[in-house]
Write a protein that binds this ligand. Structure first.
Ligand SMILES: [Zn+2]
Ligand SMILES: [Zn+2]
Length: 310
């Protein structure tokens, strides 16, 4: 097995791959394609499983890779930060949901049992899409989360167990677990943040969050000591505070806010994510350079980029 095609069953594998890094809407402008045009989707190969964070358009090529050449029916665990269109746009084209033997477990914010299912059914309203969510052939189970959960995994392909967590940051240990934190800092219904723990390493997925001055204490605590923080960094400060078109209140952070949280939470590495669609490759390169000067271990998320945590 080559390094570029790791064996998913390898228990020493904890590797992230970015399939979609763009915020708000996909881009097709050639000047943006070095960084990538697909909307949010991050795949994590860990402990014999594939966890997927958000179902933006990046999930479409990922789903094809999952099904093409699979020797057994694939199982995927999809964690939605929220159901804004840029985070679910690829869901109805996610190959496992169209493939009879495949299984998909979908998690995301929902105040009551069944709330997430009801939100996702809007996607396949007959005016928007010709096939209903329930008619898609793949097996699926949908779980509403309210925040403060700890999700444990049995053998690959089995239904995970959801419990209420005792601590905000979750356990340090060998076992694969996902912990959750609900933040109100995204209009109108808030956003779910996730932290994945495995073999004493962890990363935090925190997109679509607009930090307050000094950062939200509960978010800083949730990210405390993580090996990697993926954080919304959609705007330049001059865009956020623009006199003619201020983005304050739109639900996204500036580069400076992401750096501030990374520093206060004492994370080891920062990945800037959910890029403004109008920021071309040249701008993103400049953003990376400027951010590295503030927080050395920073990288701009790019489509196809992989990071190993073990
Ligand atoms: Zn978004
Ligand atoms: Zn959003």
């Amino acid at each position: 097995m080559s390094r570029s095609q790791p064996n998913i069953k390898d228990s020493s594998l904890f590797r992230l791959k970015f399939w979609g890094v763009r915020g708000s809407y996909p881009t097709v402008d050639a000047a943006t394609l070095g960084v990538g045009g697909n909307t949010s989707c991050v795949e994590v190969k860990v402990d014999g499983r594939r966890l997927i964070f958000d179902a933006g358009t990046g999930i479409i090529p990922l789903g094809k890779e999952l099904c093409n050449g699979a020797t057994s029916p694939p199982a995927a665990y999809v964690f939605l930060s929220h159901t804004h269109i840029d985070h679910v746009l690829g869901l109805c084209f996610f190959e496992p949901l169209l493939t009879a033997a495949a299984r998909t477990f979908i998690f995301g914010p929902g105040a009551t049992h069944g709330a997430l299912t009801r939100s996702l059914r809007h996607l396949t309203n007959s005016h928007l899409f010709p096939v209903s969510l329930d008619e898609l052939k793949g097996k699926k189970e949908i779980f509403s989360l309210t925040g403060g959960e700890i999700i444990r995994f049995g053998s690959p392909g089995r239904r995970p167990k959801i419990e209420k967590a005792r601590t905000v940051s979750g356990p340090d240990g060998e076992e694969l677990v996902v912990t959750t934190c609900k933040s109100a800092a995204h209009p109108l219904n808030g956003v779910m943040l996730y932290r994945v723990h495995y073999k004493n390493k962890s990363f935090v997925y925190a997109t679509d969050i607009e930090q307050q001055e000094g950062g939200y204490p509960e978010v800083i605590e949730f990210a405390r000591g993580a090996d990697l923080l993926i954080h919304d960094a959609q705007y330049l400060p001059e865009e956020y505070f623009s006199r003619t078109k201020a983005r304050k209140g739109w639900g996204h952070s500036t580069i400076d806010m992401a750096v501030d949280v990374a520093r206060k939470a004492e994370v080891k590495r920062l990945v800037l994510f959910h890029h403004e669609p109008t920021h071309d490759d040249k701008t993103m390169k400049e953003i990376e350079k400027q951010t590295k000067a503030l927080f050395h271990s920073t990288v701009v998320a790019r489509e196809g980029m992989e990071i190993s945590l073990l």
